[in-house]
Ligand binder design. Structure first.
Ligand code: ATP
Length: 234
């Protein structure tokens, strides 16, 4: 497995949110994390990124414990993160936002190459390269947040609710882009409230509730009436 989270206990300060969570993501996979509000889905992603307080368990990347690495080192290791709510820099241009995503890259040539590659992948971003990010639509900002994460050419991209606040049509466009990314070799770990949507794209996933994994299985299994009902997601 590429990413192995084993019996992870973590939270914020003294508050324990995850109470022994185990999750795996392998080569070529699209894995989803679903579950009700407050289940701890975001906390799983934040824990991997070194943005939560880990109190137990292991986080292995290619077999190596990464749980003590700072966030910038994780980005350099090939783990990308698109946080919930997009969080682009509104007063910077699209191009500047993308450049921020690549600020850890030492070589200017690599930064330029990656920038061109991201702009090539997202024609809308290319069109608005000199526009302030704050004036883009929600869907465009989500594309920008994804593009920014791609500046580091991650092997694994983790996304926190990429459909949040977007219309069904724009959501489809975002997922189309994610599928293109997957086809070009990027592994995806997606937290999503829109369960039906994500189960159409993921191969398997985990149902979290109250800081624990309640069920792990294929997308088909996760989509069963029983599991959906148990999760109060219907
Ligand atoms: P949602 O869909 O609502 O984001 P989630 O499954 O992603 O749900 P988390 O965001 O991981 O859930 O939150 C799990 C629990 O951790 C919640 O009870 C939340 O109140 C708490 N929590 C989240 N962030 C913090 C924080 N920075 N400090 C303290 N508690 C937090």
């Amino acid at each position: 497995m590429l990413l192995s989270i084993k019996n992870l206990k973590s939270g914020y300060g003294d508050i324990e949110v995850l109470r022994g969570v185990s999750i795996e993501v392998g080569e070529g996979e699209i894995v989803c994390l679903i579950g009700p509000n407050g289940a701890g889905k975001t906390t799983v992603l934040k824990s991997v990124m070194g943005l939560a307080t880990k109190t137990g368990g292991e986080i292995l990347w290619k077999g190596r414990d990464i749980s003590k690495l700072p966030t910038h080192a994780l980005l350099e290791e090939g783990i990308g993160f698109v946080p919930q709510g997009r969080l682009v820099f509104p007063s910077l241009t699209v191009r500047e936002n993308l450049e921020m995503g690549g600020y850890l890259l030492n070589h200017r040539e690599t930064r330029e190459k990656n920038l061109e590659s991201v702009l090539g992948r997202f024609p809308a971003l290319k069109k608005y390269a000199k526009t302030r990010a704050g004036s883009l639509s929600g869907g465009e900002q989500q594309m920008l947040a994804i593009g920014r994460a791609l500046m580091m050419t991650p092997e694994l991209l983790m996304l926190d609710e990429p459909s949040l606040g977007l219309s069904p049509k724009i959501t489809e466009e975002v997922y189309e882009k994610l599928m293109e990314l997957h086809e070009s070799g990027t592994i995806l770990l997606i937290v999503e409230q829109n369960v039906r949507l994500v189960l159409r794209h993921a191969s398997r996933g985990y149902l979290l509730s109250n800081g624990e994994v309640r069920f792990a299985g294929t997308a088909k299994e996760l989509g069963s009436e029983k599991i959906m009902h148990e999760a109060y997601l219907l």
